[in-house]
Structures are given as structure tokens and as C-alpha cells.
Design a protein around this ligand. Structure first.
Ligand SMILES: *Cc1c(COP(=O)(O)O)cnc(C)c1O
Length: 392
């Protein structure tokens, strides 16, 4: 008899040797969903990326609440492993990282909001300066306060999102080098690194190399996760992986070199029988083709399980692993619930758990089934889960 995957004990597990777990959120016994974040795998991924990028420094991109995994536990685990530099999106994230990693360098990617240089100084955070006006404001602050906490200069090499132009960067270089602007990092961002054949990759690498020539002696950084695998020429002095740390495949179309980090399980609220020909869920778009058993589980789109994963008679959707079997989502994903066709996994019962992410259901596959990418799936991970943080 197949055993159903049940999380038996809601208590934090006792420390045994180096293994330990901490938990957050509502108690497991009361939760409809359990999210496990394997910090050991996260650290192993960071180490693997570090080795790959050597001798470049490997930073950690932990914006958007550590890609949904929890910014504090992620920052602490990576710091302990030796990561010295973090990138976040905004100042509120920088504040959280500063608490968790008192000695780390923290760069704030979204740039300088008017009137905030003082906050950077208080947090010892570094703005990633992305326009000439931002640079002017930062310069004025640096000149009046003598603050030397550092900043990155973002150069646009083809993304056309943030960053000063390569021409402006070249023109500025003599001034940046002679006066002490406290620029500690020259940065650019690849637009298509996961598409190894895209011509923009070479253009961006070449343009960034030209800009770097004007900024000798200042550290430079170009590669995101996929950029690390694109070419050694993209490594420069520092790499900035995000999504690969959390287990997504930075090399789409090739085997995933990263270890899975998250696992998501949903509790079965009830199992019901649905007669052949009857429909399930909103808009009645999924019809039972046989007498079916349907497990209604306590995770929905309000928990970040994307609504686009639902199925209908016309279009298949995502899957859950139930007692080791792949079972399809039946009908629409609701806000708080969804239905799984468990006719082929007859032992599942009320209170059991089904796997939504984990086992052979990787985050890339689950995201693809919802028509999106692992980034969106991760950053949308909900707040109602009981969270388990597993360390090495
Ligand atoms: C998010 C981000 C990264 C990390 O990208 P991944 O693709 O998740 O590795 C690196 N650099 C910048 C500028 C970013 O915005």
C-alpha cells in the first residue's frame, strides 16, 4: 500500500548533530500549507556558484523577501557561509538585512529615492546609482557629510531599465577617479542571460568591458544567475546570483545544476466523490470523465499558488504529488483552496498532505504549468504557510 506523505509532528524537530530546524508562521497543526526552505541546499547552491565564478566574489541577491523564502533566514545562512555582499531592492529590505547581517555590504538596486541619502548612511547601505540626477544628489550628500560608505554606479549596456549610459559613464570616469565619490562598484545587468544564443549578451559584455577600462581599480559586476553560466567573460569581479540560489535552473533547456530549496505541501480538507459528468469548481470548466475522487486541498491563489495552474476540459493544468503519484489539478484554483483528482491515489485522506512543489515537481515545472517563471512563483509564496527552515 502506498503511504501518503504526511507531516506527522507539528513540533520543531529536536536538534540532532548538525541538523536543526526552526519554524515560523502559524503552527503546523493548524496550517493548510507547509513550506519548507532548505537553507542547507541554499548554502550549497551559493557555494557551487562561488566555485563556478572564482576568482570573482559571489554576492547574494535577496530582494523580494529573499525571493519569497524569507530575507532574514536567507541572509543569516548565506552570511554564515561566507557571503559578504547582498543586493536588495529597497531600503526596507536593506534595514532587515542589516539586522540579520551586521557586517555585510548591502547594495540597494532600485536606486536613490530623493531625500534618502541619510538613511543609507544610517543603515550603512549602498545605493546603486542609476541616473545622473541620483549621482548629483549622492555627490552633494557625500561632499557635505564626508560619508564614505560606498555606492554602486549602474551603467546601462542594453537593458534600458536603470543605469547611466555608457557614454556618460566614460565621460564621468576621470572625475569619479580623481574626486573621491566613494564609488565601490561598477555594475550593469544582462537582459537575456538565460538565452545563451541571444546577440544582446555579447553586445552587453563588450560594452561593459569598454566602460570598465575607464574605471580600473573599481570592482565591477555584470552577471546574474544565468550570466554566471553564460561565459567567464561575464564574471568580472563580482557575480550577483538570485534565482539560482533558490533552486531555479539558470541554464534553461539543460539539466538543472542547482539543488532544490523549497518544498510546498498542502493539507487535504476533504476527499469527495464526483460522479462521471459532474463538474468541479468555479465556472464548471472541468468535468469528471469517470467517477472521480477529488481531494480539496487548503492552498489557493491567495497563497501564491498561481491561478493559471488550474485546468479545464480544454486545457490541462498543474499537478500535485499524492502518495507518490502525479495527480492533476481539477478545475480552477480558488482563492484558498483547489481540487486535485486523486482517483489514482486512493489512500489519501482528510488531514494528509499533498506535494505541490518538491519531489519531482521542481519550481521551474510548476511555474511553467502556470505560464510563468520560477521568479514569479517564488516571490509570490504566501504568508499563511507554516514555514520550516531546515539547516545543514
Ligand atoms: C534581480 C537581479 C539580479 C539577480 O538576478 P537572477 O536572475 O535572479 O540571478 C542581479 N542583478 C540585478 C540588477 C537584479 O535586479
Amino acid at each position: 500500500m502506498a503511504s501518503v506523505d504526511v507531516i506527522a509532528d507539528p513540533q520543531p524537530t529536536a536538534s540532532n548533530g548538525a541538523d536543526s530546524e526552526t519554524t515560523s508562521g502559524p503552527p503546523a497543526a493548524e496550517s493548510g500549507g507547509i513550506l519548507t526552505v532548505d537553507l542547507g541546499a541554499l548554502v550549497a547552491n551559493w557555494r557551487a556558484l562561488s566555485r563556478r565564478a572564482m576568482p570573482a566574489e559571489c554576492a547574494g541577491v535577496i530582494k523580494a523577501n529573499g525571493y519569497g523564502c524569507g530575507i532574514e533566514p536567507v541572509a543569516k545562512a548565506l552570511s554564515r557561509a561566507g557571503c559578504k555582499t547582498f543586493f536588495v531592492a529597497d531600503l526596507s529590505e536593506a534595514r532587515r538585512v542589516r539586522e540579520a547581517a551586521p557586517d555585510a555590504a548591502i547594495y540597494v538596486l532600485n536606486g536613490l529615492i530623493p531625500g534618502t541619502p541619510q538613511v543609507y548612511a544610517e543603515l550603512r547601505a549602498r545605493p546603486v546609482i542609476g541616473s545622473m540626477v541620483e549621482l548629483a544628489e549622492w555627490d552633494a550628500f557625500v561632499a557635505t557629510t564626508q560619508w564614505r560608505g560606498g555606492a554602486a554606479l549602474h551603467v546601462d549596456t542594453g537593458m534600458n531599465r536603470l543605469g547611466i549610459s555608457a557614454n556618460d559613464a566614460a565621460a564621468l570616469a576621470p572625475r569619479i577617479r580623481s574626486e573621491n565619490h566613494g564609488i565601490t562598484l561598477l555594475m550593469s545587468h544582462l537582459a537575456c542571460a538565460e538565452d545563451t544564443g541571444h546577440p544582446l549578451n555579447d553586445l552587453q559584455m563588450r560594452l561593459f568591458r569598454e566602460v570598465r577600462l575607464h574605471y580600473r581599480g573599481i570592482l565591477s559586476s555584470l552577471a546574474n544567475s544565468s550570466g554566471i553560466f553564460l561565459s567567464d567573460n561575464a564574471h568580472c569581479d563580482m557575480v550577483r546570483p538570485g534565482v539560482a540560489l533558490y533552486g531555479a535552473n539558470p541554464t534553461p533547456g539543460r539539466p538543472n545544476p542547482m539543488r532544490p530549496v523549497i518544498e510546498l505541501k498542502a493539507r487535504v480538507a476533504q476527499v469527495r466523490t464526483v460522479a462521471k459528468g459532474a463538474s468541479v469548481g468555479y465556472s464548471a470548466g472541468w468535468t469528471a470523465r469517470r467517477n472521480a475522487r477529488i481531494a480539496v486541498v487548503m492552498v489557493g491563489y491567495a497563497d501564491g499558488y498561481l491561478r493559471a495552474s488550474g485546468s479545464s476540459d480544454e486545457a490541462p493544468g498543474g499537478f500535485a504529488i499524492v502518495a507518490g503519484k502525479r495527480c492533476p489539478i481539477a478545475g480552477r484554483v480558488s482563492m484558498d483552496l483547489m481540487a486535485i483528482d486523486v482517483t489514482d491515489a486512493p489512500d489519501v485522506r482528510r488531514g494528509d498532505f499533498v506535494t505541490l512543489i518538491g519531489d519531482e515537481l521542481g519550481i521551474d515545472e510548476v511555474a511553467t504549468a502556470a505560464g510563468t517563471i520560477a521568479y514569479e512563483l517564488l516571490t509570490g509564496l504566501g504568508q499563511r504557510y507554516h514555514r520550516v527552515y531546515r539547516s545543514e
